[in-house]
Design a protein around this ligand. Structure first.
Ligand code: AMP
Length: 189
């Protein structure tokens, strides 16, 4: 069963490429950002607690997302694409343990590389249509800062495990998707 992490800065194209991968490999798409936004939209207790944190572009606490991921793994029967998780090294370590508990292991981590100017350009573009309250100039800067200080070390964590696959995130959506699909096929053979 495939267990793939799609990794990259905000604006790198994780969501777009996730759709392609899910279609090709029939994976369960688990996006912690989507799950958290759903809590906010439904105005649950959790949603009320996390709204201001997400609006500022900071990360919510590990416990919240770890619980969501644990449930998702327990309920999954088809293989998972993790999108937006892990966001720091502590989450990456917990993910390994959770997968092991369910008799699984990570297939690979796909890292979408996109230069910073392009990330900002894409996010500002997305802000015009997404309706996401965290797609604005101030929050975008904080999200990139959070990414660099907390999330980027995760790349090294997977590099050390030999699980990191870097993909150039510039170019057409289909060409990038094809590169990712070839790599996933190669490592899952
Ligand atoms: P995303 O949709 O992945 O860009 O996530 C949007 C926001 O949700 C982030 O800026 C964080 O506030 C929160 N978030 C999503 N995933 C995580 C995670 N794994 N750990 C902590 N916060 C997260």
């Amino acid at each position: 069963m495939l267990n793939v992490v799609i990794f990259g800065a905000p604006g790198a194209g994780k969501g777009t490429q996730s759709d392609k991968l899910v279609e090709r490999f029939k994976l369960n798409h688990i996006s912690t950002g989507d799950l958290l936004r759903k809590e906010i939209a439904e105005q649950t207790e959790l949603g009320k607690r996390i709204k201001s944190i997400m609006d500022s572009g900071s990360l919510v606490s590990d416990d919240i997302v770890i619980e969501m991921i644990d449930k998702a793994i327990a309920n999954d029967t088809q293989g998972i694409l993790f999108d937006g998780f892990p966001r720091n090294v502590a989450q990456a370590e917990v993910l390994d343990k959770m997968l092991e508990k369910h008799g699984r292991k990570l297939t690979c981590m796909i890292q979408l590389d996109v230069p910073q100017e392009e990330l900002i350009r894409r996010m500002l573009e997305r802000a015009k249509i997404s309706g996401r309250s965290d797609d604005n100039e101030v929050t975008i800067k904080n999200r990139l800062k959070e990414y660099e200080s907390k999330t980027l070390p995760v790349a090294n964590y997977y590099a050390q495990q030999g699980k990191q696959i870097k993909i150039n995130g510039l170019g057409s959506v289909d060409a990038i998707a094809q590169n990712i699909i070839s790599e996933v096929e190669r490592v899952s053979k």
